[in-house]
Design a protein around this ligand. Structure first.
Ligand code: HEM
Length: 112
């Protein structure tokens, strides 16, 4: 699932683009895009000297903006999804710790 994040890059620096579908078609290759995912890619994009048509094309992949009033949300909920994905292992871990404590406590009380 974290692969989802690899195919996303941030630009300008609040605009977010999902470039998953464009990776194979990119004239500059997929490696340069993958290298710029998951962070502000403004400089990389500008340094490549993209044409006007490239800038128009990228609008197709625009998915939203970071909500700068909150560090963990975007208009289209990208970060909410990210947080959900990130939090899942911690939730399972907490449930496991509580479960094990209950079983151990129960066995301990039974022995007494
Ligand atoms: C949605 C995002 C992007 C779109 C739509 C896009 C589109 C294009 C297009 C159409 C070209 C052909 C030349 C031109 O028309 O300017 C190109 C070339 C290139 N792009 Fe992108 N690009 C994107 C993101 C990036 C990123 C993040 C990088 C990071 C470095 C990058 C690096 C390059 C390079 C190095 C070339 C030159 C390839 C060459 O001339 O051999 N591009 N891109």
């Amino acid at each position: 699932m974290p692969l989802y994040l690899l195919h996303i890059f941030f630009h300008l620096p609040t605009q977010v683009y999902d470039v998953t579908q464009y990776l194979d078609d990119h004239p500059g290759g997929d490696d340069v895009i993958l290298d710029a995912t998951g962070r502000d890619a403004t400089e990389d994009f500008e340094d490549a000297g993209h044409s006007k048509s490239a800038r128009e094309l990228m609008e197709k992949y625009y998915i939203g903006e970071f909500d700068t009033s909150s560090p963990i949300s975007t208009k289209k909920g990208f970060s909410e999804k990210f947080m959900q994905l990130k939090n899942k292992p911690y939730l399972s871990f907490s449930v496991a710790v509580v479960g094990i404590s209950v079983v151990v406590g129960f066995l301990y009380l039974r022995k007494k």
